[in-house]
Ligand binder design. Structure first.
Ligand code: SF4
Length: 222
């Protein structure tokens, strides 16, 4: 099945084309100054929701370079956290969530993020995307596949799958995408979706994989 979908070709082309672009979750700049732990990955991911990458990266560094454990965070006031993470989207709600999650991790998990997908998913404010990201980027577990809006939209456009929401996409992609590509997939498709295969009016004229794309539901290309 994967042969007809040109998965090998598409992944190979995107890896080559996008090799010089980093996301905050894998960016050297951020992780050079912040200890790379499941907890810091979790908090950085929460900060990134509905927020531009460059804003997330700076906010993560302001907060996590010094306060990078649940114990550090619970001792901060909400105002302190807000000042450090502003202007990420929903910074007031996020500062509360960050404190609540830190307390929960201290009380229920002895101060360590549990290495268990469902336990992470049960933390307040954490969805499947974030829980998957913590498993992949925090615990380096290759059995998980984070799906955000780009990772849902693009495989549907190019014709790999036909799904209605990111959760369905996660399960469907796991059945067609060879496991060796799971780690690369999220990283590549997020960058590709931010730079070329945009949600509205994608840059099809300069797309490196256009010959493999069925352009399903694409109303207008540039
Ligand atoms: S051809 Fe257009 S719709 Fe298809 S992957 Fe490329 S940019 Fe996206």
């Amino acid at each position: 099945m994967s042969k007809n979908l040109f998965i090998d070709e598409i992944i190979s082309i995107l890896k080559d084309e996008l090799k010089d672009i980093d996301l905050p979750l894998v960016s050297k700049k951020q992780w050079d100054v912040i200890p790379h732990t499941p907890f810091t990955v979790l908090i950085s991911c929460l900060l990134s929701l509905r927020t531009k990458d460059e804003v997330t990266e700076k906010a993560s560094m302001r907060l996590l370079r010094k306060y990078n454990t649940p114990n550090d965070i619970v001792n901060l006031s909400l105002t302190n956290i807000q000042e450090m993470i502003y202007p990420v989207g929903f910074y007031k709600i996020k500062s509360q969530r960050i404190k609540e999650i830190s307390s929960k991790i201290i009380e229920d998990y002895n101060g360590e993020v549990p290495r268990d997908f469902n336990s992470i998913l049960n933390l307040k404010g954490v969805g499947r995307k974030t829980a998957n990201i913590v498993m992949v980027y925090g615990f380096h577990d290759e059995n998980y596949l984070p799906i955000d809006t780009h990772c849902h939209r693009i495989p549907n456009r190019i014709g790999w799958i036909s799904t209605k929401n990111p959760e369905e996409t996660e399960f469907k992609l796991k059945s067609i995408l060879p496991k060796k590509y799971w780690i690369d997939f999220n990283h590549l498709f997020v960058i590709f979706g931010q730079t070329i295969c945009l949600p509205i009016s994608p840059f099809c004229s300069k797309c490196p994989i256009k010959k493999y794309c069925k352009k399903i539901n694409v109303k207008k290309c540039r």
